[in-house]
Structure formats: C-alpha cells, structure tokens
Design a protein around this ligand. Structure first.
Ligand code: FES
Length: 119
C-alpha cells in the first residue's frame, strides 16, 4: 500500500501521476468522476503505460497502441491479450491510498462525501 500525500490536488492538477506501490510502478489517472490506478507496465510487452495517451475513457499504450478502458482496465483494441492490472484507490482526506490489492475490475470510486468537481 502506498499513501500519496496531497495526491488529490496533485492528481486533479496533473491528471495523471506515476507512483510506486510495493515496488511496482503504477499510474494514477483522474478519469471522469473517479480516480483509477493501473500498472504502469502494459500487459503486452511492458510498455510505459504512464506515458500513454489518455483519450475519452481510454488509455493508449505508446509502444504498440493497445487500448484499455479507464473504468476497469479492459482491453478495447490492440495486441494485448489481457486487461491491464488495476489497483484500488481510496481518497483519504487530501491523500490517496493506492493498493495493496491488485485486482481486475472497477476501482474504488470517489465516495459521495468526498466527490470533487474535476474540471
Ligand atoms: S507494450 Fe503496450 S501494446 Fe505492446
């Protein structure tokens, strides 16, 4: 588990952050109404997913153009044969707590009492 101090403001400002979670590279992304976290290593051949293009609802790997859906990491297109590994993101005040559990599927949404306008 990794606590990103001041992570809420930083992610809202930068739209994405690369952090290490238990020694593994993870990319945090501010996506629509949720913060999501995925392995920064593309499941295809380990491309730097944190450097990929974030478009409408997806992230595109810069190496071979696999496309993954932001809401759950599912592969949409490209050569990857599997989804990108997702990590849990929890908003704790001004901080973000990422991990420790890797999982496939939707990440934690910003809670109703903690939901922030992301414009
Ligand atoms: S390494 Fe990402 S698509 Fe090949």
């Amino acid at each position: 588990m990794t606590r990103v101090l001041g992570g809420v403001a930083a992610l809202l400002a930068e739209r994405r952050l690369r952090v290490d979670v238990d020694g593994r590279p993870v990319v945090l992304i501010a996506a629509d109404d949720a913060f999501v976290a995925y392995s920064a290593l593309c499941p295809h051949r380990g491309g730097p997913l944190h450097a990929g293009s974030v478009l409408e609802g997806v992230i595109v790997c810069p190496w071979h153009r696999s496309v993954f859906r932001l809401i759950d990491g599912a592969r949409v297109a490209g050569p990857s044969g599997c989804p990108v590994k997702a990590f849990t993101v929890i908003v704790d005040g001004d901080d973000l707590v990422v991990g420790p559990t890797e999982k496939i599927g939707p990440t934690e949404k910003i809670g109703p009492t903690e939901k922030k306008k992301m414009t």
